[in-house]
Design a protein. Structure first.
Length: 401
């Protein structure tokens, strides 16, 4: 939902009527999680996505219908594995999409502006949407860390409702205004992160080089010590210079940040470890350091390196291995615990099959064939589209109900 808030808030502020479509249920495999949204203006302008495929066209038509006066509705799109790809689903499944009009001055228009303001201010928020009954489409905005609405009323449980966590954007702090930082800042911004580049050298730390980031001309360690760092913060040290690296890493590793990485060769890494130890950084803190930074993608250009770094940040955020999906067990969007369970089940199945294969075959009864062993089924996860608020590196964010 976060991605549509700037546009939807602007339309609401300008008094433009629009419709909002929000995914309120996912079963099986779907490309978007609960809360994914699309908005359509009265003149046909569209922003956002609920599936990425042909479902978009049907939802777009529903949006135009509610703008023309049709009531709010929850539309269910259900497809088999054979038909799923054509409509934008990764494989068979069902998605429920709530479509409602947002007239100028309505309560929903006010909610959208409030959500956008809280997202901009980095305030975690819960947005509850009623999905059935006379109140279909009604929403309520509440603090993400307490059971109180932002208007001061107690939040009451609502039957037939879904709660979407509108999380705050991740924070990416890049130490060193080097060429790799230019690519990393650009890609980090494209991923919806709030990016800051800090370097004490004003000739390199310029807005012209980093137009999408906040640029800070200061010593990195001093800057880090003044910031409200948390589990949604990733710090990437790209300077290759001990007088910058070591103080910055010491400050970052002393803070409860979700990710700390440093660029450099393995020789540089070994030297850096010795310097951090000499600076008094505990081994438990140093163990959190990702160095050399990034996943092994094989690329060497600044853009490829930036992709490698952000891939590692995303993998850490979700507790994933960063390996090839083709070589991993379980559902495509399974979390770390589900993946481990699938691996254990797969190992057990393999052992069973191997044991059966090595055992002497029992004689078949006359007129009957021997049955082949059937591996145990691995139960599909009920909800594999876990919003980022529940990820391991975001433990300070409120858990979803």
């Amino acid at each position: 939902m976060r991605e549509i808030l700037p546009v939807a808030s602007r339309w609401a502020r300008d008094g433009r009527p629009f419709a909002m479509a929000t995914v309120v249920g996912v079963a099986g495999s779907g490309p978007r999680e609960v809360g994914a949204s699309m908005v359509v203006s009265a003149d046909g302008e569209v922003f956002g996505t609920v599936s990425g495929g042909c479902v978009e066209g049907a939802v777009y038509e529903r949006c135009l219908e509610v703008l023309a006066g049709a009531p709010a509705l929850v539309d269910r799109f259900s497809y088999s594995d054979a038909d799923a790809f054509a409509v934008g689903l990764t494989c068979g499944g069902t998605i429920d999409v709530l479509v409602r009009a947002v007239p100028p001055g309505s309560a929903t228009a006010a909610d959208v502006q409030l959500l956008a303001a809280r997202e901009e201010a980095a305030i975690p928020t819960r947005y509850t949407l009623v999905t059935a009954g006379d109140d279909l489409g009604r929403g309520s905005v509440a603090d993400g860390e307490a059971g109180e609405s932002v208007r001061g009323d107690a939040v009451q449980p609502v039957k037939d409702a879904v709660t979407v966590h509108v999380g705050v954007p991740g924070q990416l702090i890049i130490v060193g205004a080097v060429e790799f930082a230019v690519a990393l800042a650009r890609l980090g911004t494209a991923m919806g992160m709030k990016v800051a580049v800090v370097d004490p050298r004003p000739v390199f730390a310029t807005a012209a080089r980093f137009p999408t980031a906040e640029v800070i001309v200061d010593w990195p360690d001093r800057y880090l010590k003044t910031q409200p760092l948390g589990a949604r913060t990733a710090v990437c040290v790209l300077t290759h210079d001990p007088k910058f690296d070591v103080p910055a890493l010491r400050a970052a590793l002393a803070a409860p940040v979700g990710y700390v990485g440093a660029m450099g060769s393995r020789r540089t890494h070994d030297d850096r470890l010795r310097r951090l130890a000499a600076a008094g950084v505990p081994e438990t803190a140093v163990a959190r350091l990702r160095s050399p930074i990034g996943l092994d993608l094989g690329g060497r250009t600044p853009e490829e390196t930036a992709l490698s770094i952000l891939a590692e940040i995303v993998a850490d955020r979700h507790g994933a291995s960063g390996g090839r999906l083709s070589g991993l067990p379980g559902a495509v969007h399974a979390d770390a615990a589900e993946r481990a369970a699938a691996a254990r089940a797969g190992a057990s199945d393999a052992a069973t099959v191997a044991a059966l294969a090595s055992a002497p075959a029992a004689p078949a009864a006359p007129g009957h064939a021997t049955a082949a062993p059937v591996p145990a089924d691995v139960a599909a996860a009920e909800d594999v589209n876990m919003p980022s608020a529940a990820c391991a590196w975001m433990s300070d964010a409120p858990a979803l109900p």
